[in-house]
Design a protein around this ligand. Structure first.
Ligand code: PEP
Length: 246
């Protein structure tokens, strides 16, 4: 079985109703491409735009959220549950992004609970892992630890791993292409041998992906797509990245 390819945009805390034009630009570009492709394109806008984007008919883009709450419902003022996200038309959710770990203190127990809640609501989970700059030397053990924090009972078909070196996010820096390829292979080995995952789990690279470096990154044997931050806010740049697969 072939591994599924993904290009996923993470808009972070950006986007107003008027940003529909970015979404429309990417969608138009995809609709105009006659070649068939098994690529999955997902945009994860802020919560406030999920309904607007998912209501769009004739769309080739799937919608995801950037976070979810670990509980199904209840007295958690200001929070959004996975069931609510599903109800709005989201099919995916990012969990474990380094900005959530760093700025919101999200720990491994909380992340595991969020993953369970998301899967219960039929959301596919984009689980982010990655080392800090001062952890590069111990990268493999850092990544193993993060992967081992995944909950035991998982529907592996509905999980995507995004390797995002924290020092590469929004900085313009990236590991060398050879390094990216070999890190992805290590991640696949950890998934297969330590966690008994299927070998078909998609492993995406994230961190300063742009139209210039995308074809080098996406052509690496062990890379199954990209999680894109900054460049996903520009429909031309994001479309250029998607074009590698179509
Ligand atoms: C991200 O935040 O997931 C990300 C990859 O950001 P950027 O592409 O801007 O580095």
């Amino acid at each position: 079985m072939k591994r599924t390819k993904f290009v996923i945009g993470n808009w972070k805390m950006n986007g107003l109703k008027s940003s529909m034009n970015i979404y429309e630009g990417v969608n138009k570009h995809m609709l105009s491409n006659k070649k068939s492709s098994d690529l999955n394109v997902v945009i994860c806008p802020p919560f406030t735009l999920i309904n607007l984007f998912s209501s769009k008919k004739t769309s080739k883009i799937m919608i995801g959220a950037q976070d979810t709450h670990e509980k199904e419902s209840g007295a958690y003022t200001g929070s959004i549950s996975s069931q609510m996200l599903s109800d709005l038309g989201a099919g995916y959710v990012i969990i474990g992004h380094s900005e959530r770990r760093q700025y919101f203190g999200e720990n491994v127990k909380l992340l595991a609970d969020k993953i369970i809640a998301a899967q219960k609501a039929d959301l596919k989970v984009i689980f982010c892992i990655g080392e800090l700059k001062n952890e590069i030397k111990n990268r493999k053990s850092v990544l193993r630890k993060q992967l081992k924090s995944l909950p035991k009972k998982l529907n592996y078909k509905n999980i995507i791993i995004a390797y995002e070196p924290v020092w590469a996010i929004g900085t313009g820096l990236i590991p060398s292409f050879d390094e990216i390829n070999s890190i992805h292979l290590s991640i696949r080995d950890i998934l297969k041998y330590d966690l008994k995952f299927s070998k078909n789990v998609s492993i995406l690279y994230g961190g300063s992906v742009n139209p210039k470096n995308a074809s080098n990154i996406l052509s690496l044997e062990n890379v199954d797509g990209a999680l894109v931050g900054g460049a996903s806010l520009n429909s031309k740049d994001f479309s250029n990245i998607i074009d590698y697969y179509t």
